[in-house]
Design a protein around this ligand. Structure first.
Ligand code: B12
Ligand code: SF4
Length: 439
């Protein structure tokens, strides 16, 4: 039996190889995780294609194809599914978008998998082999991440990614920010046994890794225990955390000691009203000033992410954020446009107010305005974000931020040059970003 797994590219990935001849992205774990879950006794011939770095052959030979879709890649996923089904190949759709919009996905596939797939994917393959593929598989909410096989990174061509060594310890998040898909798609957080995370890193033999976890410190006791076990490995790592990392000095010290050198922190905005609107008020418990100072004092570079377009955002918000990131020496600021991903409370509110302008999923990438903003026009929002990128990444402001921060100066400089190029070519170029800080 031949099975192929595909991760379709978003429309904006035009510069896939770049000057390095490899993807500047980090290696996702989706396909390698699913590959590891294939039951050995089924004797499956497996092929993996990440369309972000390679073409999917148009004469792909397979009995069953699994496609992983996020919202921005949903259209492309449906297009590929249609082509494959026309050739008589069975198609399974899974991932965050089919989880949030299963009925829509079902129209394009023989089978839809919602939620995680640790138990359902192997079951689905067994059913398919027995000629009994069901239309829908839903993961039991009591999923246990312990004792699962290590991702088959060997099957995805690690040498084709600029930052190949990615790992995950936890899934989900404890918070309920209204714009975020995570609580809606995946419910309560889950953790891998720490010993298994450590073994995974040891077996990769990597000296520098990226944690893909959405919020590595969601459970602070788990995070502390993980950091204690990481320290003896003497690796460097980067990952995602909330501002709460700076509230607990022990947690921050352990993070640093365990090799943390870069964190993506979702500051989201400098407007208190907008933080309240997005239910991310915990961001205000300690001043951003103090959070940034503590992280920098710990030698941790900050990729600070900011979102524009909340209802409370007036046209002065672009300058306010730009001034803030320059003043506080954020090492690598990144901006996106508020995006009402389907399934989120934000989407429900804007839809009920008739403010969704398009459901062309290709535009749900954080760089397009897909809803009617409250305090400015859609064009003002788009242009404001473009200007914020350009001002933040002007030569003078790069210098002001990096000279002030002095964290990982060479890497930060390289990453800033990459983002400057991106910011000044927004219409032509697109990349995700967290990878750069840890590279
Ligand atoms: C790697 C990554 C990327 C990569 C590749 C993503 C891709 N698939 O194309 C890149 C860098 C390209 C990327 C870009 C973006 N990303 Co991203 N990314 C991630 C990240 C950090 C890790 C994915 C991963 O490896 N997870 C680990 C694996 C094991 O989990 P998983 O993918 O969920 O897979 C499990 C299940 O979902 C299921 N499953 C998944 N697919 C399939 C398929 C089949 C057939 C089956 C059976 C099961 C199944 O089984 C797996 C095991 O349980 C996730 C966050 C996260 N931690 O998940 C965000 C995430 C997927 N990204 C997200 C976002 C918002 C973006 C950007 C818009 C960010 C931005 N503004 O730049 C862009 C979108 C670009 C576009 N054109 O659409 C959102 C998705 C929201 C949505 N509704 O689409 C996520 C969830 C993060 C978040 N904060 O919400 N991203
Ligand atoms: S803290 Fe981050 S991952 Fe958690 S719900 Fe909020 S935006 Fe989503």
């Amino acid at each position: 039996m031949r099975v192929a797994l595909l991760s379709p590219r978003g429309p904006l990935y035009r510069h896939r190889s770049g000057i390095f001849g490899k993807s500047l992205r980090y290696a996702p774990l989706t396909l390698s995780t699913l590959a590891a879950l294939v039951p050995p006794e089924l004797d499956i011939e497996l092929a993996l294609f990440d369309e972000g770095i390679e073409e999917v052959p148009c004469d792909l030979q397979a009995d069953l194809v699994g496609i992983s879709a996020i919202t921005g890649t949903a259209n492309r996923s449906y297009e590929l599914a249609g082509q494959l089904r026309n050739r008589g190949i069975k198609v399974v759709l899974g991932g965050v978008h089919p989880t949030l919009c299963p009925d829509e996905a079902q129209q394009h596939a023989d089978c839809v998998v919602t939620g995680y797939a640790e138990d359902t994917w192997p079951q689905l393959l067994r059913d398919f082999k027995a000629g009994d593929l069901k239309p829908r598989y839903t993961q039991d909410p009591n999923l246990d991440l312990g004792g699962r096989p290590r991702p088959r990174r060997d099957l995805i061509g690690l040498d084709r990614y600029f930052t190949p060594y990615t790992v995950e310890a936890t899934r989900g998040c404890i918070h309920h920010c209204r714009f975020c898909v995570v609580p809606s798609a995946w419910g309560r957080p889950r953790q891998k046994p720490i010993r298994e995370v450590i073994e995974d890193i040891e077996m990769m033999g990597a000296k520098s890794v990226i944690f893909l976890d959405l919020n590595l410190i969601a459970d602070e006791d788990y995070a502390k225990a993980l950091f204690r076990e990481l320290a003896p490995l003497k690796i460097r790592w980067a990952g995602l955390a909330t501002t709460k990392i700076a509230w607990d000095d022990e947690l921050l010290a352990l993070a640093r000691k365990s090799g943390c050198r870069g964190l993506l922190v979702g500051f989201e905005t400098v407007s208190m009203e907008s933080l309240a609107e997005s239910a991310k008020k915990f961001n205000t418990y300690q001043s951003y000033d103090l959070v940034i100072r503590k992280l920098h004092d710990a030698g941790i570079a900050i990729m600070g992410t900011f979102v524009f377009g909340f209802d409370a955002d007036n046209p002065d918000i672009f300058d306010r954020v730009t001034e803030f990131v320059v003043k506080h020496k954020i090492d690598l600021p990144r901006y996106s446009i508020l995006t009402p991903f389907p399934g989120t409370p934000l989407h429900r509110r804007l839809a009920s107010d008739n403010r969704i302008l398009t459901t062309n999923w290709e535009l749900y990438d954080g760089q397009h305005v897909v809803y009617q903003p409250a305090a400015m026009s859609a064009e003002q929002l788009r242009l404001g974000v473009e200007t914020a990128w350009k001002n933040t990444y002007s030569w003078a402001n790069i210098a002001r931020r990096l000279v002030g921060s002095r964290r990982m100066l060479l890497k930060a400089m390289a990453a800033n040059l990459g983002y400057r190029f991106y910011g000044y070519n927004l219409d032509k170029f697109y990349t995700c970003g967290a990878e750069i800080i840890a590279a």
